[in-house]
Design a protein. Structure first.
Length: 157
C-alpha cells in the first residue's frame, strides 16, 4: 500500500467516525466495509467527499443496484445473453416470487436513499445506514446465498 493510500484510509476512518458521531447510527466501520467495500470505493476514487454521508449511501445503493440488475436477469433474461437464459431456467415459480421480493426490498432501500438525497434528514440518513447493514446481514445475504448456491450447483452439473 502506498503512503497516499494509507493517508486516505486514515482520513476515511476519521471522516467515518465523525459522521457516525454526527448522525448517531449504530453500524461500525468494519460491518459497513465488509458488505459495501467502503475502503475499496474510496481507494478507487482517491477521494473522500465533503458530503461523506451521501458518498457512503450512494456506494451502498450501487451495491444494491448491481444485485437488482443481476436478479432481474434471472426473472427477465435477455434473449441474447446465454448466461441469463440458462440461469433463469433453474428456478421454480415460487423461487422466482422470492427473487421478486428480494428485488422489491433492494428497491425499497434504494428509493429511500433517493428520497433522503432530497430531504437531507439526518435521522433518515442514520436509519438508512443501519437498515441497509441489518437487512443485508439478516435478509439479503442468506437469501442471495441460497440463490447463488443453487446457480453454482447447476453450473457444476
Amino acid at each position: 500500500m502506498t503512503m497516499e493510500q494509507e493517508i486516505l484510509l486514515k482520513e476515511l476512518k476519521h471522516t467515518f467516525n465523525e459522521l457516525k458521531k454526527n448522525l448517531k447510527f449504530e453500524s461500525d466501520f468494519e460491518q459497513i466495509d465488509r458488505v459495501f467495500f467502503v475502503e475499496d470505493l474510496i481507494l478507487s476514487r482517491r477521494y473522500i467527499s465533503s458530503d461523506f454521508s451521501r458518498q457512503l449511501r450512494s456506494g451502498m445503493s450501487d451495491i444494491f443496484y448491481s444485485w437488482v440488475n443481476y436478479l432481474q436477469g434471472l426473472l427477465l433474461p435477455s434473449p441474447s445473453n446465454i448466461t441469463q437464459m440458462t440461469e433463469s431456467k433453474i428456478f421454480s415459480k415460487e423461487e422466482r416470487n422470492t427473487i421478486s421480493e428480494i428485488i422489491k426490498k433492494f428497491l425499497t432501500l434504494t428509493s429511500t436513499n433517493n428520497f433522503i438525497l432530497l430531504t437531507r434528514e439526518k435521522r433518515e440518513e442514520a436509519e438508512f445506514i443501519d437498515t441497509a447493514v441489518k437487512t443485508w446481514e439478516n435478509y439479503f445475504k442468506p437469501e442471495l446465498t441460497k440463490i447463488m448456491k443453487r446457480i453454482n450447483d447447476e453450473w457444476e452439473k
